[in-house]
Write a protein that binds this ligand. Structure first.
Ligand code: MLT
Ligand code: MN
Ligand code: ZN
Length: 305
């Protein structure tokens, strides 16, 4: 199985269009060592031709241009994107679906019933897109059984319910339900390797710890370095926890959790917010991650299981 990181940033991307925080301004002025990043998305394939898009970001058109395997050119209208799966109903993970409206056939869309409900009623996206190519809805059950995606031979994807937050537009914001956000355990049966993907992770529950222990590659929420990052930057009144993200630093933070895992795993942070100092390649925070053996995802990164 191959996984390509299409977008490694959180909602807004890096730099964010309207942001002049130290990172965004520094990137535009060329005064910091940091790479631009598009919004949160990955894609996986087992044959290299047919891809499952995991999260559909507002930057999807740029991501398709920058990832040639997603355009196989087998016929005059074609795409390597054979189906999509969204792990939540957040804007940064679902808006790209609007850009896929020119398909000739309905797009198979995998998501939990909670997410499909928000996309249907809160966002209206499913209704809007029914006037274009539309979807074949594939509800994801949280019964511990793996999904079998027809073109992903030898790959089992098991959803892991996570405690995070449904989107601000959801009637369930502030009262999260299992199914609002999931992580994915991807198991390649040929190599017998596992990757756990969870770009939105607010709380380290026992089921999440177990998934992280089992995985060979852990690719998890790298949104914020500190709990009050948005507040101290004057960008929001919300703490990381209120937004459904576990920060990296401090007691009980992501670094501590990743440190407690058995040795020999690849540990990668993804869904990095533009305020996060780890974006600066020469920052003290980035050096701390390196000292703990933790990588920071970049757009275009490829992982082979
Ligand atoms: C989040 O995960 O909290 C977001 O990136 C929200 C958004 O897309 O606006
Ligand atoms: Mn997000
Ligand atoms: Zn910024």
């Amino acid at each position: 199985m191959r996984l390509r990181v299409l977008g490694s940033s959180a909602g807004g991307g890096f730099p964010q269009w309207n942001c002049n925080c130290a990172n965004c301004l520094g990137w535009r002025r060329g005064t910091i060592a940091a790479k631009a990043r598009t919004q949160s998305s990955v894609a996986i394939s087992s044959n290299g031709d047919d891809w499952l898009l995991i999260n559909a970001s507002p930057d999807i058109l740029q991501q398709v241009r920058e990832n040639p395997p997603l355009q196989q050119a087998r016929q005059v209208r074609d795409s390597g994107i054979a189906a999509a799966l969204v792990i939540d109903a957040q804007i940064d993970h679902t808006t790209g679906l609007l850009m896929l409206r020119e398909r000739g056939t309905p797009l198979p869309l995998y998501a939990t019933p909670e997410v499909l409900g928000d996309l249907q009623d809160g966002f209206g996206l499913i209704k809007v897109l029914s006037h274009y190519a539309g979807f074949q809805l594939r509800p994801i059950a949280l019964d511990g059984q793996p999904l079998q995606v027809p073109f992903l031979a030898d790959v089992e994807i098991t959803p892991v319910p996570l405690t995070s937050q449904p989107p601000p537009y959801s009637p369930h914001r502030g009262r999260p339900r299992p199914g609002d956000t999931i992580g994915l355990m991807m198991h390649d049966r040929r190599s017998d390797q596992r990757l756990f993907y969870a770009p939105g992770l607010g709380l380290m529950e026992p089921s999440v710890e177990a998934a992280m222990r089992q995985a060979d590659v852990v690719m998890v929420d790298g949104t914020f370095w500190t709990e009050d990052e948005m507040v101290v930057n004057g960008l929001s009144r919300k703490l990381a926890a209120e937004m459904g993200h576990l920060p990296q630093s401090g007691p009980g933070g992501m670094i501590e959790h990743l440190d407690s895992l058995p040795a020999g795993k690849r540990k990668i942070l993804i869904h990095i917010n533009n305020t996060n100092p780890i974006l600066c390649e020469d920052s003290a925070e980035r050096a701390t991650l390196a000292a703990h053996g933790i990588e920071v995802a970049e757009d275009g990164m490829e992982i082979v299981l």
